[in-house]
Write a protein that binds this ligand. Structure first.
Ligand code: FAD
Ligand code: DLZ
Length: 510
């Protein structure tokens, strides 16, 4: 008898461990355990989504003929750890070995080393070996070059000679439009919780009451069927304008033309290649333009595969990097949403409601502010890992530490994603609703991003001044007279002195 351990983010019927096993001599083990539910204080919706999707997937496996041993979180005797549950199940089923697809996170992978048969996760397009080969001997590991290889490997949007559809690899220059409030926005479908989901939500409300985020209303898809419906909706309603408004932000619009498919892809309910193929089919049918489809495909076979490759190449040291030596805790308002800065309030309160914010909100609002304020990249990492429904360390950590906080010193990003209020004003309508004036640079009532931006540059001049992409900004800074420079720095200090910093009460384990 073989025990096939299926983890909470491995909910794919094509999983390598299921393909390698025979239903007649295998028992599938799935377990809700406190260790996984509490290694950070996950958003309540994230726990609800994962547990409900796990329970539905277990039922689908049973219907397909598998024997499934499913352990619920509050079941008597639950040991609280995956290892503990595997050991108990080995005895229960008199099994000789445990088979497992490699866990996505380094921490868990280190934990299973030596006592289980581990199979490679073939739900990714780029294997570990393929990524190592690509990275070997390169001075710079830029995503763009990796992405071109993935286009050729998958055949997506390339012709028979391996050349890109339309003649260019990347159409981002068409993709930076600021959204206007009168645009028609597609409404994201919500999926009514069934009895299984209701049971899970009741348990989450009871056991994780102190965690961040609103549990209700809960509208995430928890089955492959509903995740496919969410994909259909995106392809038909949002993909055509995905590219144009990818970087835009609007008050009251939580998703714009983004797909909100990451929770389902990362859980295994949707396969990344099937999602990309659907987008390319829409292009071929004339239903979506090339700039939208190329941009979307790049996020998945480019960024998603690239961050995973980098994570496994650089862990475990990557997690502790802090190139800019930033040490502050997070502001308390990251957990409450209570701030007068309209852009931060919108991004954080939406995160609290939905366990979702789109990429530009994560990168240019919450990420940008935390970096400018000098917050510790590890504190920032813990926040992102906790608050988003799609957050697993393999994808979250490189995005946070590398892309958003420049903590890896430029391995991932060629320069810090630092921006003043001007950027937010250009890409959003938040500034019109803000108590701070984006046009005011310093002093009372000035947008805090403005002084923080120059203070960040000044503070990190030794580390950043030789970066060729920062030259122009340092030239501007150094052309300012001493009084002007002092004004910016004093204004930043006065603002930071007023911020209430997190004292750790939100991050302590439940
Ligand atoms: P869309 O904009 O519709 O993009 C389509 C798909 O492309 C996404 O569903 C996702 O699968 C993929 N994708 C897009 N950008 C990235 C990226 N940079 N890295 C990896 N995949 C990408 N993404 C996660 O899946 N989990 C995380 O924990 C996560 N943490 C992040 C933390 C920070 C600080 C930043 C800046 C980005 C993070 N991202 C993370 C990447 C990105 O923001 C999300 O994938 C995206 O916002 C998910 O929303 P969506 O499905 O509507 O994406
Ligand atoms: C995220 C998560 C949570 C909250 N709970 C469980 C769980 O109880 N049981 C389980 O098997 N997996 C869970 N997961 C997903 C794991 O944390 C995930 O498999 C690892 O982080 C590797 O990506």
């Amino acid at each position: 008898m073989i025990l096939v351990l299926v983890l909470g983010d491995q909910l794919s019927s094509s999983l390598a461990s299921l393909k390698a096993s025979d239903q007649r001599d295998a028992v599938v083990l799935m377990a809700e355990v406190m260790d996984e539910a509490s290694y950070v204080r996950h958003h309540k919706k994230k726990i609800g989504l994962i547990f409900s999707a796990m329970r539905h997937f277990a039922e689908e496996l049973r219907e397909a003929g598998w024997t499934v041993d499913y352990i619920q979180l509050d079941e008597a005797g639950n040991s609280g750890s995956l290892k503990g549950e595997a050991e108990r199940a080995l005895k229960r089923h008199d099994a000789d070995c445990i088979r497992l697809v490699e866990p996505g996170e380094w921490r868990l992978n280190a934990d299973v080393d030596g006592w289980v048969e581990v199979l490679e996760d073939d739900r990714f397009i780029c294997s570990h070996e393929r990524f190592r080969r690509w990275a070997a001997g390169r001075k710079s590991l830029r995503m763009e070059y990796f992405y071109r290889e993935m286009r050729r490997d998958t055949g997506l949007l390339v012709n028979e000679d391996g050349e890109p559809e339309g003649g260019q690899w990347n159409y981002d220059h068409d993709n930076r439009k600021a959204a206007a409030p009168d645009l028609f926005m597609p409404r994201l479908p919500a999926y009514e919780p069934d009895d299984v989901t209701r049971d899970v939500l009741d348990m989450v409300a009871d056991k994780f009451a102190g965690n961040f985020g609103d549990l209700e209303p809960f509208g995430y898809a928890v089955t492959r069927k509903d995740a496919l419906a969410a994909l259909d909706h995106f392809i038909a309603k949002a993909l055509p304008r995905f590219g144009d408004y990818q970087d835009a932000m609007l008050e009251g619009e939580d998703h714009l033309y983004h797909s909100v498919l990451s929770p389902y892809i990362n859980l295994g309910l949707l396969d990344p290649l099937e999602v990309c193929r659907r987008a390319v089919e829409a292009y071929e049918a004339g239903d979506a333009p090339l700039n939208a489809v190329e941009g979307f495909v790049r996020q998945i076979i480019g960024w998603r595969e690239y961050v995973r490759g980098l994570y496994w190449l650089k862990m475990p040291d990557y997690r502790d990097l802090n190139f800019l030596e930033a040490q502050r805790p997070l502001p308390e308002f990251y957990w409450t949403g209570e701030t007068d800065m309209a852009c931060l309030k919108a991004a954080i309160s939406q995160t609290k409601r939905l366990a979702y914010a789109h990429h530009i909100q994560r990168l240019m609002v919450t990420g940008n502010f935390a970096m400018l304020a000098g917050c510790s990249p590890q504190a920032v990492h813990e926040w992102y890992l906790a608050v988003y429904a799609d957050a697993y360390e393999w994808v979250e950590l490189p995005n946070t530490l590398g892309m958003s906080q420049f903590a890896d010193g430029g391995l991932m990003a060629s320069k810090p994603y630092a921006a003043s209020g001007n950027y937010i004003s250009k890409m959003s309508d938040h500034c019109g609703n803000c108590r701070y004036a984006v046009s005011k640079k310093t002093g009372e009532g000035a947008c805090p991003f403005n002084a923080l931006y120059w203070d960040f540059l000044a503070r990190n001049e030794d580390k950043l001044k030789d970066n060729p992409r920062m030259g122009q900004m340092y030239a501007t800074w150094n052309r300012m007279n001493g009084d002007k420079q002092r004004e910016y720095r004093d204004s930043a200090k006065a603002f930071l002195d007023r911020v209430e910093w997190d004292d750790g009460s939100w991050t302590q384990s439940a």
